[in-house]
Design a protein around this ligand. Sequence first.
Ligand code: CAA
Length: 260
Amino acid sequence: MEYRNLLFEASGRIATITFNRPKALNALNPETMRDLSAALREAAGREDIGAVILTGAGEKAFIAGADISEMKSFTPMQALDFAQAGQEVLSFIERMPQPVIAAVNGFALGGGCETAMACDLIVAADTARFGQPEVSLGIIPGYGGTQRLPRLVGRNIAKELVLCGDMISAQRAFEIGLVNRVVPAAELMAAAREIAGKILSRGPTAVRAAKMAMNRGLDLDLPNACALEASLFAAGFSTADRLEGITAFLEKRKANFIGK
Ligand code: CAA
């Protein structure tokens, strides 16, 4: 499928979705969010795709946030619709079966930082910058930033970032646990593909269940989260991949998973 503001490329079981409005630093306007929703659903529905990478076109930005010019005339009800629609798209990243890796190549601000945080892992170029600068515009984050950031980095660090609205370096983002890896800019996509390739070599049904256990479990109290884990653990014993993975280990050979 063709998208206006995104590039969608599939290669070797990895789909790469590239935000492609470099003149506006890949800011998220409603059309881009509709494209993103459709592209994620396309990837989720394709059995030949086992992992997804999100990145930004150009060297400057991953995503510089929601499109500020589009927000200027919002009424409160339009702002509510805007936030809920964006949150739904980003929540789908957490619900979709494949792992999603953010390859952050530059500014990841506001809705850009929020998009990265909805992904399963974040790899950043050493030149990337992260932040939730909304308070500088007199508004608050609307795509989940006040909720995912404290869950990822802890309440007080999140408050400093959201209340001061400052940008931080990729290295600082790594230190606070927002980012998994920082690599030289030229190696960003190779690093993201290497992680995706490693995940693709593992049991696909197990990877899917593990993502679900962690994403759903983090919204539950510990007894219910552990009950969810036990159910998914048990369900894994109905798969051919479980038989293959355990047999391959015992036979001292590489597993040949089929994703069933
Ligand atoms: N929306 C719309 N356009 C944007 C944009 C945004 N979020 N960010 C940058 N642009 C546009 C600029 O207006 C500019 O366009 P023109 O060339 O037509 O003037 C172009 O991209 C290049 O930007 P700058 O000239 O500003 O580039 P810079 O290098 O001087 O600064 C920057 C880069 C620090 C990222 C700066 O552009 C900036 O601060 N952008 C806004 C960041 C921001 O506040 N994001 C949060 C948005 S609100 C939000 O996201 C709410 C939410 O939770 C969903």
